[in-house]
Design a protein around this ligand. Structure first.
Ligand SMILES: [Fe+2]
Length: 237
């Protein structure tokens, strides 16, 4: 498995250079604008909690890999609460009619977010625990890139407004270590999982494909981040 983890690490370095993260690191742009993609990511961020509860988690289990996933799923199933809290700090927590909110969440503008969810289901529903673990490792790697950059923006905004962030903050980054976590010795255990030639090949393919779907997701978020003024997403529809 070590080989697969090294491959994920290399792909993670490439991922960190994507245009969305360049945009988010650009201090010449208003920091709130650099997070203006947030509402468009909502269907994915809200769904990720459920994915952990209902797709990744499978209890009870006697499979040690599934046991790792189960433990990890409890860490990752509630971060959406912090995301919603940060809407207040970003000044985008305005009132909407229920019909307007539903139209936004199921509309064309947030399609990429829902698409990402369906893709992740495709890789994990009915997958074995090893395949799920690989998908989770990739999600962790992409999340770690995203939250490292976003936490810095949160800090910049805090310096101006004195408002504390939870999701776009070190508070979140500290639990998004970039790896599947949960119990001591877990990294060593994962590294030492033995793969057959067939599962090794499949693992590499899954890693490629999951990075691809996250890459598409970032490209679409960047379009919104450049086009929209912060808060515009939820105005008059
Ligand atoms: Fe998270």
């Amino acid at each position: 498995m070590q080989e697969v983890l090294t491959f994920i690490e290399n792909k993670k370095q490439e991922f960190a250079d994507l245009p969305l993260f360049e945009f988010m690191r650009d201090k010449s742009i208003d920091p709130r604008q650099r997070l203006s993609w947030a509402p468009y990511a909502a269907p994915f961020i809200m769904n990720f909690g459920e994915m952990n509860k209902y797709v990744f988690r499978d209890e009870p289990t006697s499979d040690p890999i599934q046991a790792i996933i189960n433990k990890h799923s409890y860490e990752d199933d509630h971060h959406w609460l912090w995301f919603l809290e940060d809407f207040k700090q970003l000044g985008i927590d305005q009132s909407l009619k229920l019909s307007e909110a539903l139209r936004f969440l199921w509309g064309e503008e947030t399609e990429i977010s829902r698409w990402l969810v369906y893709q992740l289901y495709k890789f994990t529903l009915q997958a074995d625990s090893l395949q799920k673990l690989i998908v989770i490792e990739v999600i962790e790697a992409t999340g770690n890139v995203m939250f490292s950059v976003a936490a810095d923006i949160g800090k910049e905004i805090k310096a101006i407004t004195q408002k504390e962030f939870l999701y776009f903050a070190n508070f979140h980054l500290n639990v998004e270590t970039g790896h599947t976590t949960g119990s001591p010795g877990i990294e060593e255990f994962i590294q030492e999982i033995q793969l057959t030639e067939k599962t090794r090949q499949e693992a590499f393919e899954i890693v490629e494909q999951v990075f691809d779907v996250f890459t598409k997701f970032t490209h679409e978020l960047l379009v919104h981040a450049k086009k929209d003024k912060i808060g515009q997403a939820l105005k008059v529809r």
